[in-house]
Write a new protein. Sequence first.
Length: 580
Amino acid sequence: MATSSWHRVLVLTLIFLLNCQQHSATPSKRIIYRFTDCTAEQLLHLPKLSAVFELSAVTCNITTLPNAYFTRFSALTVLELRESGLATIEDYALSGLDQLQWMSLAGNYITKVKPWAREPLKALNSLDLEGNAIRTLNGESFICYPNLHYLSLAANLLERISSDVFAYVPHLKHLNLAQNRLTVIGSSYFRGMQHLAHLALHHNAIERIEADSFESNAHLRSLRLDGNKLKDLEFLRNRALTRLLNLNLSHNQIETLDVFASSEWAVIDLDVSHNRLEELKGDTLKGLAGVVHLNLSGNALRLLATSCLDKLINLETIDLSANNLTQVPVGLFDAPTQLQRVNLSRNALPDIHATLFAQLPYLRLLDMSHNQLSSGAFIVHFSPLLPRSALTLDLSENHLTRLDTDAMDALHVCSERVELFGNWWHCEWLIVELVRAPAHFHFGRNYSLVASWSRALLNVSGIDCYDVERKRSIVVLDAGRLWEQRHTVNTAEQTTFLDPAMPTPPPLVWPRVRMDRFDSRSIIIWMLIAIGLAFTGLRILRQLIDRREQAKRLTKLREMKTKELVRLTTNQLTVHSDHR
Ligand SMILES: *[C@@H]1O[C@H](CO)[C@@H](O)[C@H](O)[C@H]1NC(C)=O
Ligand SMILES: *[C@@H]1O[C@H](CO)[C@@H](O)[C@H](O)[C@H]1NC(C)=O
Ligand SMILES: *[C@@H]1O[C@H](CO)[C@@H](O)[C@H](O)[C@H]1NC(C)=O
Ligand SMILES: *[C@@H]1O[C@H](CO)[C@@H](O)[C@H](O)[C@H]1NC(C)=O
Ligand SMILES: *[C@@H]1O[C@H](CO)[C@@H](O)[C@H](O)[C@H]1NC(C)=O
Ligand SMILES: *[C@@H]1O[C@H](CO)[C@@H](O)[C@H](O)[C@H]1NC(C)=O
Ligand SMILES: *[C@@H]1O[C@H](CO)[C@@H](O)[C@H](O)[C@H]1NC(C)=O
């Protein structure tokens, strides 16, 4: 079984090769072999080893790479041995790979990184050791790979790194140490790595980062520290880090951002979501004039100083969702006038000052869902420079009872999409507005209904509304569709129904709403609306049936045509061959 699949892969690859060679315009032929389910022994019996440019073996059985295994692969440039059970690499297994530039040994059982060659592999610039079982790195780990630019050791078992390991790879630009077990970053870990630009340390268990850890990394541009256990950011006080552009501190235990008040930062993208921030003072973010995307979601923010965003004149996105805000100070968004996306969802805001968003002509997305808003007065005060149909506004799951006529009019003009479901709408107001509302105003949400005339659970789009005595009702939006559902459920036994004879209307028994979704004590039945809608539904259904009939006829016609065509072509073919 294993051998046969091996042959299959081999054959496919050879075909691929022939194609490659035919299309290749370069004089030197590059042979590429890609295998799955092979063995180490089989790889050595490939033809033309010395011309192989790329070798890839995925999910093979290569537990051991013996010494001098690659000596005949003298032109090998790309090597991938992934998920192949590789556990032992003998000391000189990689000797002879002078041309090797890119190597991946990801997803194996390697426990130690060693030189694995007699002479340095000077051409190697990318090494991927992700998903192995590497516990430690020592001084000699990288001495044979002096020109690495990219190194990934993600998803291993590293707990600590002995000092100056990376001093042997001075040209490294990308280093990925994510998903390991690091708890402390020592000051010597990254010493001397002057070219390091991207460092990923996310999803470790880092609690502490020594003060001068990044002293010599003046070219660091992106730093990922999300998913660790950091409590403070004192390590950021190092001057070398002020030129960072992307900083991800999401999912830590950070309580204060004071460090950003002390100097000027270049950072563009700052993610501090899911930490323990409670307050932003006037100067907390003072040094972040360059920031474009700021994520403060999932903290415990209660207090925002009016001037806390004053210096952030380049801000385009701010996410303040899932915090504990009960108020947003007037003037908060007066300085960052470039803002395009504002998320204040999932707070506890009972109201919003009417002019809060008045200075934001570029606003395109405003999410105010899951708050306790009872007034939409701010809608009238959106910037007059807002283009038509530009704004997506989410006001769902609030305490709105009605929106004034001028607010509705303003929404008609400026919005592209408006979510309004899950509010406390007054029934009278709602009915009137439903008639006027354009299709991009979404009042309805989906309910599951149990009806006496259908065994299946029905889905229906409806709206909660309340009367003056605060009794809850439901307005069903599309009873016609409801009825359609009933019949699609039954089509198996009722095929004759598709006959375009006028179908009988459903009995007017109001469906029972499932108890977990709805308080049945207070159901007022909007019977008249339902009847009206049901008749509309019938009309639609009638049209639908007509259309289906027509479609059937068309298909039949098409089938006949195809048959005719086939007959004609076969005739012609026979005629043709007769001539020959
Ligand atoms: C892998 O190959 C070795 C011999 O080289 C063999 O003993 C082992 O059973 C093979 N493993 C699998 C999963 O085929
Ligand atoms: C920060 O990391 C989290 C995962 O931990 C990720 O979801 C988020 O997109 C990252 N933020 C940025 C700005 O890349
Ligand atoms: C902010 O972070 C949260 C959680 O990490 C994420 O779900 C959300 O998409 C981010 N917001 C933005 C605007 O990137
Ligand atoms: C706003 O934030 C909430 C909670 O973090 C999230 O579920 C929602 O998708 C965000 N809204 C937008 C428009 O990104
Ligand atoms: C934030 O609000 C949540 C629920 O709304 C509450 O459980 C939590 O205690 C609040 N946190 C603070 C710090 O007020
Ligand atoms: C209701 O369900 C329809 C599809 O059946 C979906 O397109 C729509 O987005 C849903 N509405 C809500 C508010 O979830
Ligand atoms: C009703 O909607 C739920 C999810 O909202 C879906 O799982 C179910 O299949 C739908 N039922 C019908 C009859 O469309």
